[in-house]
Design a binder for this molecule. Structure first.
Ligand code: C2E
Ligand code: MG
Ligand code: MG
Ligand code: MG
Length: 296
């Protein structure tokens, strides 16, 4: 209600619960209609997630990544859940709800199974050379045996580790030894590691140390209005130069306009992703839309 969408309401519920816990009785003054409604939505979402996974309502959409020349390069899998009563729940909220209800591992396994099925599907269509990327949250990386779960899923579905890329954020790449070991095992098995939202964390450069990073994805805040911002052009140019020096692929995320695309081409950006090129959609739709490039 009142101009807040379901994802805002979920944030509102989390904040209210957090302050109730930390400020005790004082926060009862916030116990208004909106709070009640947001808590109800949160309860519904948490209650329905398990069943939604079983019934196939929690799905992956795919967004293609293209080369500068417009060739299809790879796909990123993005979580989607259309809740029957509350509408589209954002992937971050789905991951959060899973963690809050003890379903984190089940959600990761669900995503892995879907990614593996998509990979097999691409194989069958003669598109077995196109890699698939999936996202892993900082919490999943820290709390789950991500390396074991990923490699088991690939094995169970007969998918080569070389087909898969995992996207993590800068803070994850710098996380505890425990996380480093998981990344090292995945990397050794052939899974590519990408740093997502590159440039907005506190330690962008440090996150590239070590031999595991295959790709960086420039955060879309640097791509936004690139053609109008000398600062952003310098920053993106520097990241591209760094990628070339280190032998790391660089993707520009969030390309929304023709002018941004042109500016990226002028900077010799090799790989691009964004609404202007193709919006995320179910795999079948994406394959239809990209028919020209793939010749399927
Ligand atoms: P991300 O990995 O940085 O993914 C890119 C996000 O930007 C996606 O949002 C995508 O739909 C959106 N996007 C793509 N092109 C454009 C554009 O041109 N302009 C703008 N404004 N946005 C664009 P989405 O699907 O809502 O996902 C949000 C985040 O949720 C992802 O950010 C990723 O961190 C996380 N996520 C998505 N799927 C999963 C998943 O299966 N597991 C986990 N743990 N996290 C996921
Ligand atoms: Mg990503
Ligand atoms: Mg990103
Ligand atoms: Mg992101």
């Amino acid at each position: 209600g009142q101009g807040l969408d379901v994802n805002d309401m979920l944030s509102f519920a989390d904040e209210a619960l957090y302050s109730a816990k930390h400020e005790g009785g004082a926060s009862f003054r916030f116990f208004d209609h909106r709070l009640q409604q947001s808590l109800r939505i949160r309860r519904d979402v948490e209650r329905d997630l398990g069943l939604a996974m079983d019934s196939g309502a929690v799905v992956l959409w795919y967004q293609p990544i293209f080369t500068a020349a417009g060739q299809l390069h790879s796909f990123e899998a993005l979580l989607r859940w259309l809740h029957p009563r509350h509408g589209w729940i954002s992937p971050e909220k789905v991951v959060h709800a899973a963690a809050a209800t003890g379903l984190a591992q089940r959600l990761l396994c669900h995503v892995l199974a879907l990614v593996c099925a998509a990979s097999r599907r691409l194989d069958a269509l003669g598109l077995g050379h196109l890699p698939l990327a999936m996202n892993i949250s900082p919490r999943e990386m820290a709390h789950l045996d991500v390396d074991v779960l990923v490699l088991d899923a690939l094995h169970a579905h007969g998918v080569s580790a070389r087909r898969l890329q995992i996207e993590i954020t800068e803070e994850v790449a710098l996380d505890a030894e425990n996380t480093q070991a998981k990344l090292a095992r995945l990397s050794a098995a052939g899974v590519a590691i990408a740093i997502d939202d590159f440039g907005v964390g506190y330690s962008s450069l440090a996150s590239l140390r070590g031999e595991h990073v295959r790709q960086v994805k420039i955060d879309r805040s640097f791509v936004f209005g690139l053609h109008e911002s000398q600062d952003n052009r310098l920053l993106v140019g520097t990241i591209l130069q760094m990628g070339r020096s280190l032998g790391i692929d660089v993707v520009a995320e969030g390309v929304e306009r023709e002018e941004e695309l042109a500016a990226l081409r002028a900077l010799h950006c090799p790989l691009m992703q964004g609404y202007h090129l193709c919006r995320p959609a179910p795999l079948d739709d994406i394959l239809q839309r990209t028919q020209m490039q793939t010749g399927v």
